[in-house]
Design a protein around this ligand. Structure first.
Ligand code: SF4
Ligand code: SF4
Length: 435
C-alpha cells in the first residue's frame, strides 16, 4: 500500500521469452514474449500522487489514499442523500486534481461516522476532516459563520457568544433548588456538565429545567459548575480548531480539579464523546455518563402521575449511538413513559441518519444549504413524519432547535420536537401547573 502518496512506479519487465518450471511434471516450458506482455505491469498515468501526499502529510490525513473505490461509503453518507458526496467521491476528486484544502466539500462532512462503519479500508473521515480543516484555517476559505463561532468560543467559552455570567440563569425558574459548586463546594455524586445549548438556548433551557426536576425527584445528589463551565469543544475540534480545543481541555481540567464529584453527567453527546475519548487521551479521565445512562437504571423508581397518549419516534444522536455504542438507554426511558408508543424510523441505531449538526455542521446551515438540495435536518424530519408519530424525541441539545426549524421549513409544523427528559418530566407532573 502506498504511504504518504509516495508511489513507486513498477519496473516494466520486458523479455523476449521466459522459461518456467512446471510444478506438476518438473519440466521446463518456454513461454513467448506474447505471454510476457499479457502480464506487463500497468501504470496509471491520468493522475499523480501529489494531492494525497499533501493530505497524508497532515497528522490524521493518512487514510484518504487507502480508499480502493468499493463505493460502500456513498449510499450511507447522509450528505450524499441530499447532494453529491462521500469519501469515495472525495478520493476521486483529489485523485483528479481537486485541492481539498480550498474546496467547499471540506466543510460538508458532519463527522457522523457512518462511512467508517462500512469501509473495509478504514478510511477515517473523523481524522481526515479535522486535519485538513485545521490546515485550511490559516487560509481564507473558512465559512464566515463557522469562523464566527470559533471567535465566540475563544472569547466567551461558548458557541453562542453569551456572557458566562448567564450560564446558570436557566436554573432560577427550574422550580427546584440547583446547587452551584462555586457557592457550595461540598462533595457531590453527580456533576451535571450542562454544555452550551442547555445553558443558553431557550428550548435547551426547557430541557435543563426538566432534568433538574426529574433528578431532584429521584433524590440524585447533583450540582453544576455555573459560570465556571465552558464548552468542552468537541465539535470545534472536529471542525478543525484543534488549538482552541486543547486550550478548552486545559481550562476544563483545571476547573474540574477544584471539586470532589463521583461522576460527570452531560446531556450533550459531543461533550460525552470528548469526556470518554479525548480527555483520557490527554491524561484527564472521569467517570462520564450521558444523562440517559444515568436515568435508565433508575426508571423503576420514577413516580409517574399521568399517561401521555403519544406516538413518538426517536432520532439516535450520532455521538451517543454510532460513535459510543449507546442505543438502549434512551429507548429504555422512552418505553417506560406511560402512554408512549415508540415507532422506529427505517434509518435508526447504527444506521441512524445524521441531523447535520455534527463536526461543525451546527454552525454551517447557510453554507450547507448552498451546496445541498435540502438540509439534513429537513430530510430527517420527513422521515420522522412518515412514521405517523406525534413527537420526534431526541437526546442531543443540538437537535431540538434544528428539527423544530426543519419541521417548519418542510410543512410538518404538527410534528412536535422535544427532548426525552421533557416527556419524562411531563409524565411526572400532575398537570395542574398547566404543563
Ligand atoms: S468504503 Fe472505504 S474503500 Fe470503499 S469507496 Fe468508501 S472510502 Fe473507499
Ligand atoms: S462521516 Fe458521515 S458525512 Fe462525513 S463522509 Fe462519512 S458518512 Fe458522509
Amino acid at each position: 500500500m502506498p504511504v504518504g502518496g509516495r508511489k513507486v512506479a513498477p519496473v516494466a519487465v520486458e523479455k523476449e521469452t521466459a522459461t518456467v518450471t512446471s510444478t506438476i511434471s518438473g519440466r521446463e516450458v518456454e513461454l513467448t514474449a506474447r505471454w510476457n506482455r499479457m502480464f506487463e505491469p500497468r501504470v496509471l498515468t491520468n493522475y499523480g500522487p501529489e494531492g494525497f501526499a499533501a493530505i497524508a502529510a497532515l497528522p490524521g490525513g493518512e487514510s484518504l489514499e487507502w480508499c480502493y473505490g468499493c463505493g460502500k461509503c456513498v449510499p450511507v453518507c447522509p450528505v450524499d442523500m441530499v447532494g453529491d458526496y462521500g469519501p469515495r467521491k472525495l478520493h476521486r476528486k483529489v485523485q483528479t486534481g481537486t485541492e481539498l484544502l480550498t474546496d467547499a466539500d471540506l466543510w460538508l462532512c458532519t463527522a457522523c461516522g457512518n462511512c467508517l462503519r462500512v469501509c473495509p479500508k478504514q478510511v477515517d473521515m473523523l481524522a481526515i476532516m479535522p486535519a485538513v480543516r485545521e490546515a485550511a484555517l490559516s487560509g481564507s476559505t473558512v465559512p464566515a459563520e463557522l469562523q464566527d463561532v470559533f471567535e465566540k468560543t475563544f472569547r466567551q467559552g461558548n458557541a453562542l457568544g453569551q456572557s458566562q455570567r448567564r450560564r446558570a440563569q436557566w436554573a432560577d425558574s427550574a422550580g427546584v433548588p440547583v446547587r452551584i459548586l462555586a457557592k457550595n463546594p461540598a462533595p457531590v455524586d453527580v456533576l451535571l456538565y450542562v454544555e452550551d445549548y442547555w445553558s443558553f438556548h431557550p428550548r435547551g433551557q426547557d430541557a435543563a429545567r426538566a432534568f433538574a426536576r426529574v433528578a431532584t425527584a429521584l433524590g440524585i445528589d447533583w450540582a453544576i459548575l455555573g459560570a465556571e463551565e465552558k464548552t468542552l469543544g468537541d465539535s470545534q475540534r472536529l471542525a478543525g480548531e484543534k488549538g482552541l480545543f486543547e486550550a478548552l481541555v486545559e481550562d476544563a481540567a483545571t476547573t474540574l480539579a477544584k471539586y470532589d464529584f463521583q461522576r460527570i453527567v452531560t446531556p450533550d453527546p459531543h461533550a460525552f464523546n470528548a469526556l470518554v475519548k479525548e480527555y483520557p487521551a490527554r491524561g484527564h479521565s472521569y467517570d462520564a455518563l450521558h444523562y440517559t445512562q444515568l436515568l435508565a437504571p433508575l426508571v423503576g423508581q420514577i413516580r409517574w402521575t399521568r399517561e401521555l397518549d403519544l406516538k413518538v419516534t426517536f432520532h439516535d444522536p450520532c455521538y451517543l449511538g454510532r460513535q459510543n455504542g449507546e442505543y438502549e438507554a434512551p429507548r429504555t426511558l422512552i418505553e417506560a413513559i406511560p402512554g408512549v408508543q415508540l415507532v422506529e424510523m427505517d434509518r435508526c441505531r447504527q444506521n441512524g441518519y445524521c441531523c447535520g449538526g455534527g463536526g461543525g455542521g451546527m454552525w454551517l446551515d447557510s453554507f450547507t444549504g448552498d451546496h445541498t438540495t435540502e438540509r439534513l435536518s429537513e430530510r430527517r424530519v420527513r422521515e420522522a413524519a412518515q412514521t405517523g408519530a406525534d413527537v420526534l424525541v431526541v437526546c442531543c441539545p443540538y437537535e431540538v432547535s434544528r428539527f423544530t426549524d426543519a419541521a417548519k421549513a418542510t410543512g410538518h409544523e404538527d410534528l412536535r420536537v422535544c427532548d426525552i427528559i421533557e416527556l419524562i418530566d411531563e409524565a411526572m407532573r400532575d398537570g395542574t401547573d398547566g404543563v
